[in-house]
Design a protein around this ligand. Structure first.
Ligand SMILES: Nc1ncnc2c1ncn2[C@@H]1O[C@H](COP(=O)(O)OS(=O)(=O)O)[C@@H](OP(=O)(O)O)[C@H]1O
Length: 296
C-alpha cells in the first residue's frame, strides 16, 4: 500500500507528517529499477504545495484514483530543504513514479506552502506548473498542527505542553508559535503570487473535502484538464473512523490512523483570541485569491 494508507483493521507505521518517510539528508536515491514498458519518470506536472495538516495526503490519495495520475509515494522536500535542492533536478526526477505519456505526475510536500524559497525554485523548474493548495479553517489547522506534534513528542518520550501554553505568552497570543505562523495564509500566498498567476493556483477547500470529497476532486480534475474519472463509488463513509475512505481497483482503504485524530479541547477564551487574530489575515487572504471560505 502507498504510505500511510492502510487496509481497515491493520496498523501501520506513520509514514507521513511529523515523522515523514522523507527522502532527505543522506538517504541514498532508490536503486535503479527497470521501468515498466512505455513508462518513464517525469518531473511533476502538478504539485500539492500544502498546507501542512490541510488534508494533503487525502487529496493526493484521492487524486491517485484517477487512471491518468501517477502520484509520488513520499514527501520529497526538494524545494524547501536546501540539502535536497542542492542535489539537483535529476535527483528529484528520479524520485518520481514511473508514468505513461498519458499520465500526469503529482507530488505533495506540505512544507512548500510556508517555505520562503519554494515559490521561486518551483517557478525556475517550470513556470507554467499547476499548483494545488488545500486549506482548512486556519484556527482548526493550528489545533491539528499542535495535535500532530503532541503525538510525535509523546512517542519519542519528549515532554508535552497544553496547547494554551503555546498559544498564549504573557496574556497575549504568541505569534512566534510556528503553528500560528503557518496559518497566516495571506502572508504565504503573497509569496506564491509573486511568482505565479492566480489561475495557476487551485485552492481545494479542505473542510469540504472532509465532508464530501467528490465535488472537490471533480474541480481538481477540471483544473488539471483530466477527463472526469473519479466517481461517487470511489468513496464510502467509515463510521468508525468518522471520515471518508477510498475504494478503487477492488480495494477499500482508509488513511492512516494519524489522519483524523480527535483534537484536544481548547480553552474557549484562548480559541476566541486566536480566531479574532486570524480574522484580519483571512480577509486579506480572501481578497488576494478572489474567493471566500466559511472559516469562523
Ligand atoms: N478522508 C480523510 N481521512 C482522514 N483524514 C482526512 C480525510 N480527509 C481530510 N483529512 C484531514 O487530513 C488532515 C491531515 O492533513 P495532511 O495529510 O495534510 O497532514 S500532513 O501535513 O501531511 O501531516 C487530518 O487532520 P486531523 O483531523 O487533524 O488529523 C484530517 O482532518
Amino acid at each position: 500500500a502507498p504510505p500511510d494508507l492502510v487496509l481497515p483493521g491493520f496498523g501501520a507505521a506513520d509514514l507521513d507528517a511529523g515523522r515523514p518517510l522523507n527522502v532527505s539528508g543522506d538517504a541514498p536515491p532508490p536503486p535503479p529499477s527497470s521501468p515498466p514498458p512505455g513508462t518513464s519518470k517525469r518531473a511533476p506536472h502538478s504539485i500539492i504545495i500544502g498546507v501542512r495538516k490541510g488534508g494533503t495526503r487525502a487529496l493526493l490519495e484521492m487524486l491517485d484514483i484517477h487512471p491518468e495520475v501517477a502520484a509520488a509515494a513520499t514527501e520529497v522536500h526538494f524545494f524547501d530543504w536546501d540539502e535536497n535542492y542542492a542535489k539537483g533536478l535529476e535527483w528529484y526526477r528520479e524520485l518520481m513514479p514511473y508514468s505513461t505519456p498519458r499520465q500526469i505526475t503529482v507530488e505533495k510536500t506540505p512544507g512548500y506552502f510556508t517555505s520562503p524559497l519554494a515559490p521561486e525554485r518551483i517557478a525556475a523548474m517550470n513556470a507554467s506548473i499547476k499548483l494545488l493548495l488545500i486549506l482548512r479553517d486556519p484556527a482548526e489547522r493550528v489545533v491539528s498542527d499542535y495535535t500532530q506534534v503532541y503525538f510525535n513528542r509523546l512517542e519519542s518520550r519528549k515532554p508535552v505542553q497544553a496547547i494554551e501554553n503555546l498559544l498564549v505568552r504573557n496574556g497575549a497570543l504568541n505569534l512566534r508559535y510556528k503553528a500560528i505562523q503557518r496559518s497566516l495564509y495571506d502572508v504565504h500566498v503573497r509569496a506564491w503570487l509573486q511568482h505565479f498567476p492566480l489561475q495557476q493556483l487551485h485552492i481545494v477547500d479542505g473542510d469540504a473535502l472532509i465532508r464530501d470529497p467528490l465535488p472537490e476532486l471533480q474541480e481538481v480534475e477540471r483544473f488539471l484538464n483530466l477527463p472526469p474519472r473519479i466517481v461517487a463509488s470511489n468513496f464510502y463513509f467509515n463510521q468508525t473512523k468518522g471520515f471518508f475512505c477510498l475504494r478503487s481497483g477492488g480495494r477499500e482503504r482508509c488513511l492512516h490512523e494519524s489522519k483524523g485524530r480527535p483534537h484536544a479541547a481548547v480553552n474557549a477564551t484562548v480559541l476566541q483570541q486566536l480566531r479574532s487574530f486570524l480574522q484580519e489575515h483571512n480577509r486579506t487572504f480572501f481578497r488576494l485569491v478572489g474567493r471566500t471560505f466559511d472559516w469562523q
